[in-house]
Write a protein that binds this ligand. Sequence first.
Ligand SMILES: Nc1ncnc2c1ncn2[C@@H]1O[C@H](COP(=O)(O)OP(=O)(O)OP(=O)(O)O)[C@@H](O)[C@H]1O
Ligand SMILES: O=C(O)c1ccc[n+]([C@@H]2O[C@H](COP(=O)([O-])O)[C@@H](O)[C@H]2O)c1
Length: 196
Amino acid sequence: MPHVEKGMAVGLFGGSFNPPHDGHALVAEIALRRLRLDQLWWIVTPGNPLKSQAGLAPLGERIERSERLIHDPRVKVTAFEAAHRIRYTADTLDLVKRRNPGVDFVWIMGADSLATFHRWQRWREIAATFPIAVIDRPGSTLAFLSSVMAKTYARARVDEDGAPRLSRMRAPAWTFIHGPRSSLSSTALRLLRDGD
Ligand SMILES: Nc1ncnc2c1ncn2[C@@H]1O[C@H](COP(=O)(O)OP(=O)(O)OP(=O)(O)O)[C@@H](O)[C@H]1O
Ligand SMILES: O=C(O)c1ccc[n+]([C@@H]2O[C@H](COP(=O)([O-])O)[C@@H](O)[C@H]2O)c1
């Protein structure tokens, strides 16, 4: 797990990154800037529990490609979940919180993840424990209104003007950040590669 100091604001950005692309880099950049983060942990998952593992590149390859893509020293590429045999984000977050008292964390995800967030293990507990920032993504913009999570926690939604304070807020608190969007996806990149 990367090193952090007490009092820091740290974004947690989990993903398959199969492969990583400029859309991910844009999410990281937007989150760092709009949420005023000191660090962003780019957490390469051993495998999304809701996705098939078929076609998933080895973890080492996804880490290496992420490191090659990212040049901002505030972004820490890590894959500590594998070492702890963790598959579910709720368990990741339990561990992160336990190990780093006094640090303010915020979970970061794209709008497509917001749309299916209610299928994640212990999702209500995640939302009730960690502030969440959702970054807009083409095709999923309306998730900020229509998703189960958005409806369940409608009263905990913070206007995006409040994004700089989000990491310091008590959960449940979440915001939806509009802004420059990227239509890149790992699926499209895999299709292009396989079509070569
Ligand atoms: N273009 C994008 N804009 C906004 N968020 C994105 C974008 N691409 C990925 N994300 C977000 O980044 C995180 C990691 O995504 P992931 O690694 O699954 O990439 P993906 O392109 O969605 O992959 P796949 O096409 O294989 O599902 C998720 O929270 C996802 O919502
Ligand atoms: O914990 C869950 O139930 C869960 C279900 C789906 C996705 N996640 C996490 O969400 C993050 C984004 O996954 P992905 O595959 O969309 O990049 C990654 O950290 C996954 O481990 C977690």
